[in-house]
Design a protein around this ligand. Structure first.
Ligand SMILES: [Zn+2]
Ligand SMILES: [Zn+2]
Length: 349
């Protein structure tokens, strides 16, 4: 299975391992044909720093500098390895509060990107995939913001939580309410950015009581999911089959079967991602992802490739070979498809 549309390395991400180049070499040795380098965007506000970043004493300027270094390194490496692998350059979105849109736009103006991954890691500003403790904290933050109570839970590191106007108030409580606000937040992100790749669509299940919860049984939540999926389908976004879930104990990748079936019905195109955070995770769990897709009746996956370039699925050879690399721009990459059954056996287990 020769593509990953989402990756990180320890050189530029505090919670990952290994250099960017060693991750790329691993992708080549695993027969990946397309590997997208999508480091987290730099966060400009200290209140959004993760504990490990605080411990390291990092500042917003450090994250900005590190991203600049990531970009330059990625540009050099895509040239160095162009014969072996298509390296697409992008970033992973963190749209934590409405006012962050300006930062995202600025990043997109400062650099050129081929693609980017539209993800939601925060609900009412609180990280939802970091720890159980933070997950529960997110539930209490939502409750506080819903009721408008002037209590500590309505604040994030001293500043009042800024909620997306897309978040609708309902009577739901607890996890169900968290799911609702997550999908409203995702809708805000989708509308504002129309990401070419949607990251781990149902990440909100990761720390919940039962990741196999069937969203179709939760009326409000399901309505929001249907709305989001239809929106993605309309603008032509592609949803990743993200194998990171299987290294976190799930039987299948993101998204779960209830959501996957809906997406299939709505004609959504799927791309493959490992969301790797180091060489040990490059193409990790891909056999499981293929099994899952086949079991769910998905016969085709999509990937982004340089327009006008052809890289053999089986041999990985780039044709034509005597060209200059295209510019790093969304106009220079386009979607191509491959049969799931043709990907069997290409990536070593
Ligand atoms: Zn992510
Ligand atoms: Zn990621």
């Amino acid at each position: 299975m020769p593509f990953s549309h989402h990756s990180h390395s320890g050189q530029f991400c505090a919670h990952a391992k290994d250099s960017l180049e060693s991750c790329i070499l691993q992708a080549i040795s695993k027969n990946l044909r397309v590997f997208c380098l999508t480091e987290h965007m730099p966060r400009a506000d200290l209140r959004d720093f993760y504990p490990e970043e605080v411990e390291l004493g990092l500042t917003p300027q450090d994250l900005k500098d590190r991203f600049a270094e990531f970009y330059d390194t990625a540009v050099a490496l895509r040239d160095k390895y162009k014969e072996e692998i298509t390296l697409l350059i992008g970033f992973e979105v963190d749209y934590i509060r409405p006012s962050m849109l300006a930062e995202i736009k600025e990043l997109q103006e400062t650099y050129h990107f081929d693609i980017f991954v539209g993800s939601v890691h925060h609900v009412d500003e609180i990280p939802i995939d970091f720890s159980e403790e933070m997950f529960l904290r997110a539930i209490s933050a939502i409750e506080a913001v819903d009721t408008g109570a002037e209590i500590a839970e309505a604040y994030n590191n001293g500043a009042k939580i800024e909620r997306f106007p897309e978040v609708q108030i309902t009577e739901s409580k607890g996890e169900e309410r968290l799911f609702e606000v997550y999908f409203d937040t995702q809708y805000a992100m989708l509308k504002a950015l129309k990401p070419p790749v949607i990251g781990h669509f149902d990440l909100i299940r990761l720390k919940c009581k039962d990741y196999k919860v069937d969203f179709r049984t939760l009326g409000n939540v399901w309505e929001k999911i249907v709305r989001n999926v239809k929106f993605i389908s309309e603008y032509g976004g592609m949803v990743e089959i993200n194998s990171a879930a299987t290294r976190k104990g799930w039987e299948y990748p993101y998204p779960g079967p209830d959501v996957l079936q809906l997406m299939k019905e709505e004609g959504i195109k799927f791309v493959l991602s490992d969301d790797s955070h180091g060489i040990a995770q490059v193409a990790f769990g891909y056999e499981k992802s293929l099994d899952y897709l086949e079991k769910q009746g998905v016969e085709e996956v999509w990937y982004y490739e340089w327009i006008g370039w052809e890289r053999g699925i089986n041999d990985g050879i780039l044709r034509p070979e005597d060209r200059y690399l295209p510019k790093i721009r969304p106009e220079c990459v386009g979607p191509k498809s491959a049969r799931v059954k043709d990907l069997r056996g290409i990536v070593p287990a």
